[in-house]
Design a protein around this ligand. Structure first.
Ligand code: TYM
Length: 329
C-alpha cells in the first residue's frame, strides 16, 4: 500500500486554510493509503514558544485532526508527535551536511519569515531540511499540503535524488499533493497574502476554534473590490476569488459550480453563503473536538503512532547511517 504523509505545526489555533490544504486531504485519501500524520512540534520552536502552551497545542492539534474526520481506528492510520521519534532529528543532521546553505536562504518561506524578525535562529534556516527528514524516513508517495509547502517538498525530493545518486537507492521520491481547490486560502483583509495562523489582524483569519458569530463577522467583513462582479480571477479579484474558493471547499463543490451559482448576484449573498458553508462544517467539528478531548483516547493513539513510526524510521535511518559511513563496519 502506498503511503501518504503530512504534518501541521501546533503553533496556535489552526485556520480554515490548514483544513483546506492539509487536514481535508488526509480525510479524503485516508482509506486509500497508509497514512502518517504527525505534529511537527520540533518545527514549532523555530520561533519562540511558551512551553505550557506548546504542550496544550500539540494535544489540541491531535484532537482537531480527529474532529475534522481523520479516523484513528483505520488500521493503516498512524498519528504521532515528531519529537517522540528521535530519527527525524538524526536524519536531519545528515541532510544538513548535504544541503548548500544558499538553497535554504533562497526558500520563499525563509525569506518571508526572516523578514518579520530583526534576528532569527539557525532553526528557521534549516527548517526545510528537518521537513525533508520527516518525509524521506517513510518513503511516502504523496505529501498533501497547500501551495506554500510545495517548495519544501521539492527540496526533499532533490535531497532524495542527490542521496540516491551518491549512495545508491535509499529514498522514494515524494510528490506534493496539492488540492485543486483551496491550495491557498487568502487572508480576508489582505487577499494578496495567504491566510496564516500567526496574524496580528483579528479579522484576517478564520480559525477552526472560532464561534459561529466570529466566523460570520469575519467573512461578512472580508475585503473584496469595487467592481461588483462575481467572477474567479485571482490576479485581479483576489478577495472575491478567495470567497469563491472558501465556499467551494466548505460546500464540497467546484469553483466553476460556485461561480455559476453566484454570478450576477451581489457580494453580500456570496459572503453570506460562504459563512453558512463554513459554519455548517466547522461548528460540528468543535462538538466532536470536545468529545475527543474528553474521551481519553489520545494517549493510546499517540503511543501506537510513536511505536510504529519509530519502527519504520529506525530501519530507514540504519540504512542511511551505513551508507554515509557512520560507526563501525
Ligand atoms: P503549516 O503548519 O504551516 O501548515 C499546515 C498545512 O496547512 C497548509 N496551509 C494552507 N493551505 C491552504 N491555504 C492556506 N492559507 C494555508 N496555510 C497553511 C500548509 O500548506 C500545510 O499543508 N512545514 C509544515 C509542517 C511540516 C510538514 C512536514 C508538512 C513539517 N514537516 C512534512 C508535510 C510534510 C508547515 O509549517 O505547515
Amino acid at each position: 500500500m502506498d503511503r501518504l504523509l503530512t504534518g501541521l505545526q501546533p503553533s496556535g489555533a489552526l485556520t480554515i486554510g490548514n483544513y483546506a490544504g492539509g487536514i481535508s486531504q488526509v480525510v479524503n485519501y485516508q482509506k486509500d493509503y497508509e497514512t502518517f500524520l504527525f505534529v511537527p512540534d520540533m518545527h514549532a520552536i523555530t520561533v519562540p514558544q511558551d512551553p505550557e502552551a506548546l504542550h496544550k497545542n500539540i494535544i489540541n492539534a491531535i484532537a482537531l485532526y480527529i474532529a475534522c474526520g481523520v479516523d484513528p481506528n483505520l488500521p493503516d492510520m498512524h498519528i504521532y508527535i515528531q519529537s517522540e521519534n528521535p530519527y527525524h532529528a538524526n536524519l536531519s543532521w545528515i541532510f544538513e551536511c548535504h544541503t548548500p546553505h544558499g538553497d535554504l536562504t533562497r526558500m520563499h518561506q525563509f525569506k518571508a519569515k526572516s523578514a518579520l524578525h530583526e534576528s532569527f535562529t539557525e532553526g528557521l534556516v534549516t527548517y526545510p531540511v528537518l521537513m525533508a527528514a520527516d518525509i524521506l524516513l517513510y518513503d511516502p508517495k504523496y505529501v498533501p499540503t497547500g501551495i506554500d509547502q510545495k517548495q519544501h517538498v521539492e527540496l526533499a525530493r532533490n535531497l532524495a535524488i542527490r542521496f540516491n545518486n551518491r549512495y545508491g537507492e535509499l529514498f522514494r521520491l515524494p510528490e506534493p499533493l496539492i488540492p485543486t481547490v483551496g491550495a491557498k486560502i487568502r487572508d480576508l483583509q489582505n487577499p494578496e497574502q495567504k491566510m496564516s495562523k500567526s496574524t496580528d489582524n483579528p479579522k484576517a483569519s478564520v480559525f477552526l476554534s472560532d464561534t459561529e458569530k466570529q466566523i460570520r463577522k469575519k467573512i461578512m467583513s472580508a475585503v473584496t473590490d469595487s467592481e461588483a462582479v462575481i467572477k474567479f480571477d485571482e490576479a485581479n479579484k483576489p478577495g472575491v476569488s478567495n470567497l469563491l474558493t472558501i465556499y467551494s471547499v466548505f460546500a464540497d463543490t467546484t469553483v466553476e459550480d460556485a461561480v455559476a451559482k453566484f454570478e450576477g448576484g451581489g457580494y453580500g449573498d456570496l459572503k453570506k453563503a460562504t459563512a453558512d458553508a463554513v459554519v455548517s462544517k466547522v461548528i460540528p467539528f468543535q462538538d466532536k473536538y470536545n468529545e475527543v478531548i474528553n474521551s481519553g483516547i489520545i494517549d493510546d493513539i499517540l503511543n501506537e503512532g510513536r511505536d510504529y513510526s519509530i519502527k519504520i524510521a529506525q530501519a530507514k535511518y540504519e540504512q542511511v547511517r551505513r551508507a554515509v559511513g557512520f560507526g563501525r563496519i
